[in-house]
Design a protein around this ligand. Structure first.
Ligand code: PEP
Length: 252
């Protein structure tokens, strides 16, 4: 079986001024040890170009965006297209974060179109899935995640799917300090890999990075990343402090 890529992506959400963001990235790049883990920084849009310049030429660190629109261009006030992101060398785009689904009413149909736009511009989607607490309590989390993947991703051709990164983020664990146990994460990641295998075959399933997200921090990252189907993390709060973020990057 081929070795899967390890990825740690920092989702800054709507945090940090221009100068605060610049300082954080300088600190991260100054202290980053050589690593085989791919590091993705996903700041708000206003930071992207400057951070792109700071990380230029440093291996294994990539620019990520938190969202994009599905259209190439046009009358969509306030939006940013995949084409624009690609033009400043963004490598990854987070698609379908639960906060986008919840507060901006993003539907699976929209997410499928956004995924297509990202891939059409040779970037990699980090496609988020995950259940809310009531769904977990009703033990329906596998059904829900299966539905999210079928609606948002499984229309892709096998070749296109090879570029996809999945982030499993149980909504009840995001920003709550309540992490999924390593076993809960492993069970869902193994389930997701099995869904991919059914759709695209075992080789593609074995090669697809599946990240865990939800209150991941320096104290719990190692145990989570030791699970056989957990290939890294999508990190919110802990990505805003260089020391914490780097400790997570170094947790493999
Ligand atoms: C996230 O927003 O993707 C996330 C995982 O947040 P946090 O790490 O703060 O729970």
């Amino acid at each position: 079986m081929q070795k899967r890529q390890h990825i740690v992506a920092g989702n800054w959400k709507m945090n940090l001024s221009y100068l605060e963001g610049r300082d954080l990235v300088r600190e991260i790049t100054d202290r980053l040890q050589p690593t085989e883990t791919l590091v993705v920084l996903a700041p708000p849009f206003i930071h992207l170009n400057n951070i792109g310049n700071i990380i230029h030429g440093i291996s294994n660190i990539y620019l990520g965006a938190q969202n994009c629109h599905w259209a190439e261009a046009g009358a969509y006030t306030g939006e940013v297209s995949a084409r624009m992101l690609a033009s400043i060398e963004v490598g990854f785009v987070i698609i379908g974060h639960s906060e986008r689904r919840e507060y901006f009413a993003e539907t699976d149909a929209m997410l499928a179109q956004k995924t297509d736009a990202v891939l059409a511009h040779n970037m990699r989607p980090i496609f988020c899935c995950g259940e809310k607490l009531d769904v977990r309590e009703a033990e329906k989390q596998e059904e829900l995640v299966s539905e999210q993947l079928h609606s948002g991703l499984f229309h892709l051709s096998p070749d296109a799917f090879r570029q996809v990164v999945i982030a499993y983020e149980p909504v009840w664990a995001i920003g709550t300090g309540k992490t999924a146990s390593p076993q809960q994460a492993q069970d869902m990641h193994a389930f997701i890999r099995q869904l991919i295998a059914e759709q695209y075959g075992q080789d593609i399933a074995d090669a697809t990075p599946i990240l865990y997200g939800g209150s991941c921090n320096p104290s719990n990252a190692r145990e989570l990343f030791q699970q056989p189907d957990v290939d890294g993390g999508l990190i919110g709060g802990a990505s805003l402090k260089a020391a914490d973020f780097l400790a997570i990057v170094n947790s493999f």
